[in-house]
Design a protein around this ligand. Structure first.
Ligand SMILES: NC(=O)c1ccc[n+]([C@@H]2O[C@H](COP(=O)([O-])OP(=O)(O)OC[C@H]3O[C@@H](n4cnc5c(N)ncnc54)[C@H](O)[C@@H]3O)[C@@H](O)[C@H]2O)c1
Length: 674
């Protein structure tokens, strides 16, 4: 079959001649070898799978090159097809395309792959250790080609990174529908996913990596800032309008998302120590001004923190070393820590996300490659020690909370059943609070507050400043403490120098807040005051994600093992005309443990987009609030009562009748005894 001629969008324009293997630039982080357990027959299948993107004439050369990649890296990335040099999200006018959405998505993808943003840019990993834009560089090139060609009447379909094609749709349909790692239930586990990844038929989208909505670590700073403020208000006696002045936080991780912790603690005026084993990541955050001091010695680190606490100075100190060693020092020297968390990548603890005590970062990379079984044992031993130290500190008065990185789950998997509430299994949750279950869930998601964000596609800082001002004018700081925090956040956003990569902004907002701001921005685009804007959100939100160990951890009606909400959110956003919709398996907690989805909406100033904002943005949040309300979450019920009143005749949410707890308990008790 003459495949090249069968494709009317000419792929051979992309693959005109076999490109030279590009050099790997010094100093750019590289992904460790990924687990690869394929047998001989499966290796042959993986090669055929990768070669189907490329003309037959090159197969002889590429087959052995791809085999080398598979055996060396555990994956076929097709390095040769990566464009040479730095990729970055440029102003939208510099892209080719037949519609504004096609160009906008290219800005977003390229921002996700920027050397300054991406965790492992050569391996297409944006953040979260394994979260990829797509699987390989052949897919990247074809996706880009399709985005240059997609029209207002077509939709690009991307299945686990693979661009299936452009299909006829309508101007009111999404321009891109993306799914990642959606596995059949029976096979929905780490082992089968690893096999599928090595075969080249699955992609780990994390959340905004494969959903093309990552905006650098800023995207997570606002949530971290809110979490820290509210943890201190709940546990340290800080006033409702107070911040972290004179308060002390210890944590780990300066990677993709965890890298936000230093910035957040400083914005909240507190003192933080962040342990990080990889010096290059520390350097990145230091160069960005996101940590202000680097230390190597635990004693010196705690002394610097103590001084800053006494002087009530805002400081983020990066400790170059293992968090377990740091905590060991704190326990042995009776150092008091007020707030404690952890953001190592425990969702892939055995796959490189967690560096065990006793190994440097470089030794971890070697051992992962040469002795994966020995590495697993070391990780488990370190997690057990880590847990014991935390428990000691908690017994001494520290408030520890899990930061959604599957730390408690990893400790359980390492054999510590006492970390479970019921001492046996994870069904009733864990003994330590989690940031969603106890803080973000009730105080943010249940009301609908979530990580709303936007990118000024013109690339102009002046557009971002105008949108900051416009968004601020839409917030009433006196409505709730959340609104006051959000108001202060956006007021100070420019001063806090949050932008890394494209001109983007994060701003937690509830449903009506998001709609009001989006309509205002679209009007500004219409009037020519700013260029087009890409709106979106992190998947880590009220309604887009079903994840019993994280986003839906505070849902207690038994439905936290169901994924109906995330799928309804995705389908509803498609039906209501979002520009881009994405649905993924896994996210921050790991394969089989969450279904998460997100959207992108390009504001082009049209009245069509006004309608999408009114229909889809409201649905995107309120679908989640409605489900939380049905689970009897008090703050969501209150929000739904307001919504039903406000939307009379237009929309309506079913609200649960509450039962008399005592009556039920007595009844069950009586019957059960009989
Ligand atoms: N920030 C958030 O809001 C948020 C929300 C939900 C989940 N998470 C989770 O947090 C985790 C981190 O995310 P990320 O994107 O930053 O991942 P990442 O892999 O980019 O960063 C983790 C960092 O931890 C470091 N590290 C690993 N083991 C260590 C150890 N023992 N001591 C000190 N440092 C160590 C790694 O070198 C790495 O830089 C993930 O599991 C993610 O899903 C974060």
């Amino acid at each position: 079959m003459d495949v090249s001629n069968a494709m009317t969008i000419k792929m051979d324009e992309i693959f005109t001649s076999l490109p030279e293997m590009p050099d790997f630039e010094e100093g750019i982080r590289r992904a460790p070898k990924r687990p690869m357990h394929l047998n001989k027959g499966e290796i042959a299948l993986a090669l055929k799978n990768a070669l189907r993107y490329l003309p037959e004439a090159w197969h002889n050369i590429l087959a052995s090159e791809f085999l080398d990649e598979l055996l060396t890296y555990g994956r076929i990335y097709g390095y040769r097809f990566r464009p040479v040099g730095r990729i970055s999200g440029k102003p939208i006018d510099e892209y080719q395309g037949k519609c504004v959405e096609g160009k906008a998505f290219q800005v977003m993808i390229e921002n996700n792959l920027d050397f300054e943003i991406s965790l492992y840019p050569y391996e297409l990993v944006t953040y979260g250790e394994t979260g990829q834009v797509c699987q390989n560089w052949m897919q990247y090139r074809i996706i880009k080609k399709y985005l240059e060609n997609v029209t207002q009447d077509q939709t690009l379909v991307v299945e686990s990174g693979h661009p299936l094609g452009l299909f006829k749709s309508a101007p009111t349909s999404p321009r891109a529908i993306i799914t990642n790692a959606m596995m059949i239930g029976l096979f929905d586990d780490q082992e089968n996913w690893e096999r599928a990844m090595s075969l080249g038929v699955a992609n780990y989208g994390q959340m905004t990596a494969g959903g093309w909505m990552y905006i650098g670590p800023q995207g997570i700073v606002h949530g971290t800032y809110g979490t820290l403020l509210n943890a201190a208000r709940m546990e340290l006696g800080v006033a409702e309008d107070g911040d972290l002045t004179g308060k002390f936080f210890v944590t780990s991780g300066l990677g993709g998302m965890s890298g936000a912790q230093g910035k957040a603690i400083e914005i909240a005026n507190g003192v933080g120590i962040i342990a990080e084993v990889d010096l290059s990541r520390i350097q990145t955050r230091f160069d960005q001004g996101w940590v202000s001091q680097i230390t190597r010695d635990a004693g010196e680190t705690f002394a610097a923190a103590k001084k800053a606490v006494a002087e009530k100075k805002a400081v983020a100190i990066a400790f170059h070393g293992n968090v377990v060693d740091l905590l060991e020092y704190a326990v042995n020297n009776n150092i008091s820590i007020e707030l404690l968390s952890d953001q190592t990548s425990c969702h892939v603890a055995h796959g490189g996300g967690y560096c065990p005590q006793g190994l440097t970062f470089e030794q971890r990379t070697d051992m992962l490659k040469n002795d994966p079984e020995g590495f697993t044992k070391k990780v488990d031993a370190s997690l057990v020690r880590h847990y014991t130290l935390i428990k000691t500190l908690v017994d001494r008065g520290t408030y520890f909370f899990d930061y959604g990185n599957a730390f408690m789950r990893a400790v359980f998997d390492a054999g510590v059943t006492e970390i479970c509430k019921n001492g046996e299994n994870t069904l009733d949750g864990f003994i330590f609070p989690s940031y969603v279950e106890d803080i973000m869930g009730p105080l943010m998601f249940d009301y609908g507050y979530g990580p709303f964000r936007w990118v000024c596609l013109s690339g102009k800082e002046s557009d971002l400043l105008k949108t900051d001002q416009a968004a601020m004018a839409c917030i009433d700081p006196d409505r709730r403490s959340q609104d006051r925090d959000n108001y202060i956040w956006i007021r100070d956003a420019q001063k806090n120098k949050l932008v890394v990569g494209t001109q983007a902004r994060i701003l937690y907002q509830d449903a009506m807040g998001r709609v009001t701001i989006a309509l205002k921005f679209n009007d500004m685009v219409r009037k020519g005051e700013i260029g087009p804007v890409m709106l979106g959100r992190d998947h880590h939100d009220t309604g887009g994600t079903d994840s019993p160990f994280r986003e839906t951890a505070n849902i207690k009606d038994g439905s936290n093992i169901m994924a109906d909400m995330a799928i309804q959110c995705f389908a509803g956003n498609c039906a209501r005309g979002m520009s881009l919709v994405a649905l993924h398996n896994g996210g921050g907690v790991g394969i089989g443990k969450a279904i998460n989805g997100g959207f992108g909406l390009v504001l082009d100033g049209s009245s069509r987009v006004d309608d999408v904002i009114r229909r889809a943005m409201l649905w995107d949040v309120m679908g989640g609030v409605a489900r939380r309300s049905w689970a009897r979450n008090e703050n969501s019920m209150e929000t739904c009562v307001e919504f039903n009143d406000m939307c009379k005749g237009e929309a309506h949410i079913t609200i649960p009748y509450l039962t008399d707890e005592k009556m039920i308990a007595d009844l069950v008790d009586k019957k059960y005894k009989k």
